[in-house]
Design a protein around this ligand. Sequence first.
Ligand SMILES: C[S@@+](CC[C@H](N)C(=O)[O-])C[C@H]1O[C@@H](n2cnc3c(N)ncnc32)[C@H](O)[C@@H]1O
Length: 430
Amino acid sequence: MSIKQIGNLMVFLGSVQKIGEMIDFIDSETFTDAFPIDIENNRAKVFSGRRYVDNTLKDVVYEIFPNIKNKKFFIANSIYPTAFNDPYYKQSLVAYFLHYVNKFFNTYLKEQGAKQAIYYRYPQKNIESGKLNPIFPHHFFTYRLYEPNRVELLYCMTSEGMYFGKTITVADSNFQKDMDEERPFKEFKFTIPPKFAKTLISFLQLAPSVKNKKIYDPFCGSGTIIQFGHMLGYTVFGSDIDNNYIKGTRKNIEFASQLLEDPIPQKVLMENIFQSDISDVHKHFSPESFDGIVSEPILMPISENLPNIRKMDEFLISDVIPIYKKFMEQAFLLLKPGRKLAFVSPIIKTSGNSRLNLPINSMAEKIGFKTIQLLSTDHLPEKTVDPENSSFELHRTKFKSIFDGSSKKILREFFLLVKPKPKKANKKKN
Ligand SMILES: C[S@@+](CC[C@H](N)C(=O)[O-])C[C@H]1O[C@@H](n2cnc3c(N)ncnc32)[C@H](O)[C@@H]1O
């Protein structure tokens, strides 16, 4: 795969931050023999396990750096555990393994004739506390890890074992940060985080050939989704009931296009971003105009306290569900056959520790959409279950929707629907 194809894959996958190439693998039994939590009582296993790891790394070295003599090297070692709150991460991977790989590359490269072999030093306090992040994507640029003989090595722990690899490409997080934090209009309380905006867009599965693909957000608010859609190269359209948001979205898209050094004509800005209630959006386009519709309507009032379940249920029935229904009907009309609608709907925590959500799947089916299963955990490694922190709990199951973190009063539930292509009429047999 070429670097360009990998870059395209990154866009296709949405909010991916790093892509690495896996070079070698050590099964989990051998690896934990070499790096147990309790070294003192497992000396013999540690000795043989480490000899195996040593030999594997020696092969890895020559695969990554075919020429070593008289060269200078800089290595950043990034460890990805199965879960950051896994005790094995703190007590073995950070406590022993990180030190081991730093020392290994430092001494082995010099033994093989390198002039210099330096490694990235993490802050000591992070190492001691065990709260260590792998190096951040922007460090890839800061430390020029794309240059020859400068590399970020990846150690990815799974339930099967440890994969070794090196980073090939990262998303330019500083650019995305500017797009998000420096934009002129950002007073909206429900602004979708850029990573969710990009994830929703990636659900449409239109990348990598995005040129001239039209995507539309009919509840655009401050325009986050279409701003990132524009960054990814789509032709974007947005509307909202509130004209102040329309003015703000236009400013944000203009700002993004300046940042991208690809100015957008005023005429396009005025035509593609317009004020409309969801009920009327079909009046602005011909049917089957869009390659993708992507949105975050939510439509919930912001309240300090957890609402009463009965009152909230009534509110959802009277105020929220009808707008979501309208939204899905309009989307069905405006999507090309075979194309997708990706959106967010609220899950509301109520008093009495209950949660309410919208009957999206049944509404979607009645309109004619097919729901796409969003996550199957079958292929994911078993995650550590920490009773103190339920966010790491992962049940092996198939999900028709997925939702974000558990710390807020209103959670985001993600859905993906497809407008089926009409069935071809069967040719009559004579
Ligand atoms: C959750 S916000 C969207 C925020 C947006 N994703 C962002 O990042 O800024 C929902 C938007 O829906 C708009 N809205 C509410 N009711 C609407 C309706 N009936 N038709 C169209 N837009 C509506 C609101 O004005 C608000 O801007």
